[in-house]
Design a protein around this ligand. Structure first.
Ligand code: AHM
Ligand code: MG
Length: 336
């Protein structure tokens, strides 16, 4: 059956998911379909990025006389434009904007969206995988433009979450609470086709992903955990380290192959006292995906990411995410 589903379009899957919810109005389907469009537009621009560099530097004029935009700015504008007029969103938050973003008057809907338009900024100019991450909640206010409180809801309240990775191919992975599905973009026809139905993260994985250059600044429990993985006490023949520096890419690899990703707190700077990654745009959506796939996501003091009540839009949170066994193991070190 699963094999037979392979190759269906992302729109078909989104509609099938909608059928599982008897009260569904089609609004969430509308949001996800507009996100798919945004993903295709960004993917096309990412693929042109190398060429744009040849034709003109960002912020300068290219050979056609157009201003070349920075990719992260372009991705942010693309998603905002699609969402402000999609008719089902009442307010947005972007990692790139300090404040909440309203939708067009008359287009206010029932959902909110928080997104990181192009995550992995250090990899944008060097042809390494980058991605868009999104998180969707149902509004709690009644009507009109949404409020910040509509966005500051915990991860367990997400109705859908996922990411689009722009890598060797463009892949969209999302969940609306009934499993995780992955779709690969066929650029020749401009359509995402189901390539990874009902993704399950391996219970135990061969990889750990962490920026080891920060190890002198780690807290003891983090260092002891990573040393333990290297010691082969788990009998894996030793773990392998894989760290791209694009969360989406590191997460996606571990989701498919198994493993653990860590961005813990460190003592390097006061700003890193809660790690680097953002709760609303990065940690909570990926936590929903990983839990739906059978994995776990916690902080480095053992809190479940999805249970954290957000207090501000750009709040950071230490993130430990991946295969169940490795996250359980990490937790035992953090609690000790
Ligand atoms: P960004 O939102 O500015 O791109 O930063 C987030 C990125 C993540 O994709 C990645 O996991 C992390 O920063 C890497 O940070 P570091 O270079 O400190 O290891
Ligand atoms: Mg980011």
């Amino acid at each position: 059956m699963l094999e037979k589903r392979k190759g269906i379009t992302v729109s078909r899957q989104i509609m099938d998911d909608q059928l599982l919810h008897k009260d569904a109005t089609g609004a969430l389907t509308g949001v996800l379909n507009d996100l798919v469009v945004a993903g295709k537009i960004i993917s096309a621009e990412v693929n042109m990025a190398g060429l744009a560099d040849v034709l003109g530097q960002s912020g300068k004029i290219n050979i056609q006389g157009e201003t070349v935009q920075k990719l992260d700015v372009f991705a942010n504008q693309t998603i905002k434009r699609r969402m402000e007029q999609c008719g089902h969103i009442c307010i947005m938050a972007s990692e790139e904007d300090d404040e909440t973003i309203p939708v067009l008057d008359g287009y206010e809907g029932t959902y909110t969206i928080a997104f990181d338009p192009l995550d992995g900024s250090s990899n944008i100019d060097v042809n390494v995988s980058i991605g868009t991450i999104f998180s969707i909640h149902r509004r709690i206010s009644d009507s009109g433009q949404g409020t910040e409180a509509d966005l500051l809801q915990k991860g367990t309240k997400q109705v859908a979450a996922g990411y689009i990775i722009y890598g060797s191919s463009t892949v969209m992975v999302y969940t609306s609470g009934s499993g995780v599905h992955g779709f690969t973009l066929d650029p020749s026809v401009g359509e995402f086709f189901l390539s990874h139905p009902y993704i399950k993260i391996p219970e135990k994985g061969p990889y750990y992903s962490v920026n080891e250059a920060y190890s002198p600044f780690w807290h003891d429990s983090t260092r002891q955990f990573i040393d333990y993985l290297k010691s082969d006490a788990e009998g894996m023949g030793g773990y392998s380290a894989r760290y791209i520096g694009s969360l989406v890419a590191d997460f996606h690899r571990n989701l498919v192959k198994g493993g653990i990703f860590l961005y813990p707190r460190d003592k390097k700077s006061p700003e890193k006292s809660d790690g680097k990654l953002r709760l609303l745009y990065e940690a909570a959506p990926l936590a929903m995906v990983v839990e739906q796939a059978g994995g776990r996501a916690i902080t480095d003091d053992g809190r479940r990411i999805l249970d954290i009540e957000p207090t501000s839009l750009h709040q950071r949170v230490p993130l430990i995410i991946g295969s169940k066994e490795e996250v359980d193991l990490a937790e035992s070190f953090f609690k000790a």
